[in-house]
Design a protein around this ligand. Structure first.
Ligand code: C2E
Ligand code: CA
Ligand code: CA
Ligand code: CA
Length: 275
């Protein structure tokens, strides 16, 4: 009996120790990532359902730790927890804009969508830093879409509202990511004067059931409040046709394109320009 218990305890011990060691290693390597060239961006088109052409591309962060790809869902929480997200986030913003300028040489109206974590928004200097990047690169502010998750509404709302307002005054557009998964009600969209709502992929992939009512509600609201709606995670032709017929203005997902590296995206943009 005792032996079995001891076995269990040391099994859990080992497991916990391995997890802690992994976090420590990620944390350690991640602190060099901005300098050592192990970060990169991939880009996934967002399709305008009226024209069937990309109106924006979302920049998604990639990290190779000692050559091993680590998914953002694993390393971004660590970057947030250990105070690295601001520096990494600025790297993302700057490099997304630099690439965006390249893409705009092919499709002049193309916007770039950048994910920004709630922690970055809390930084005192964030708005100034965004303004700085835009000015230094001469990047058109109205072509920058800032994606924030609706969890911003769960925290200190008034602070976030003023940050969001300042970003909009710069000319940037605010996109609410993962809509429907968190705490915010559609009425929060009223307060914030949001520009874009991205409906979370769980509802899109379930578009015949519960998803349908969410999509409908957002589309209704969008027409009176005039924000754009993006359906993310569209994987099949059935989903895409359903979403078209529901009046969703923008679509994104593997059905249209996976996230692509910058040069593949350029090839893709060239090919649709010719077509
Ligand atoms: P997200 O912003 O909701 O991004 C959508 C995720 O869904 C991406 O995963 C994308 O590759 C994936 N995806 C796209 N189309 C489809 C589809 O049709 N089906 C399915 N099943 N998935 C699809 P990824 O790149 O692993 O990113 C995961 C999350 O990490 C992102 O979720 C975002 O929250 C975060 N993230 C990524 N890049 C950044 C960044 O630069 N900064 C911050 N703060 N967070 C980032
Ligand atoms: Ca996003
Ligand atoms: Ca999302
Ligand atoms: Ca997400």
């Amino acid at each position: 009996q005792k032996r079995i218990n001891r076995g269990k305890i040391s099994y859990f011990d080992d497991n916990l120790r391995m997890q802690l060691e992994r976090i420590r290693r990620l944390n350690d390597r991640l602190s060099f990532a901005v300098q050592d060239g192990s970060l990169s961006l991939v880009f996934q088109p967002i399709i305008d359902s009226n024209t069937n052409l990309p109106s924006s591309v979302e920049a998604l962060l990639r990290w190779q730790m000692d050559g091993e790809p680590v998914p953002p869902d694993e390393f971004i929480p660590i970057a947030e927890q250990y105070g690295m997200i601001s520096e990494i986030g600025l790297w993302v913003l700057k490099n997304a804009c630099i690439q965006g300028l390249e893409f705009q040489r092919i499709i002049p109206d193309l916007s770039i969508s950048v994910n920004v974590s709630v922690m970055q928004l809390q930084g005192q200097k964030f708005v100034v830093e965004v303004a700085d990047i835009l000015r230094k690169l001469s990047f058109p502010a109205d072509k920058l879409h800032i994606e924030i998750t609706e969890s911003v509404f769960a925290k200190d709302k008034s602070t976030f509202l003023s940050t969001v307002k300042s970003l909009q005054e710069l000319g940037a557009r605010i996109s609410i990511d993962d809509f429907g998964t968190g705490y915010s009600s559609l009425s929060s969209m009223l307060d914030i004067g949001v520009d874009i709502v991205k409906i979370d992929k769980t509802f899109i992939q379930d578009v015949d059931k519960k998803g349908l009512s969410i999509v409908n509600a957002v589309v209704q609201m969008a027409s009176s409040l005039s924000f754009d709606v993006v359906a993310e995670g569209v994987e099949t032709i059935d989903q895409s046709e359903k979403l078209y017929s529901l009046g969703v203005s923008h679509l994104q997902g593997y059905y249209f394109s996976k996230p692509l590296d910058a040069s593949s995206l350029c090839t893709y943009l060239e090919s649709i320009k010719k077509a």
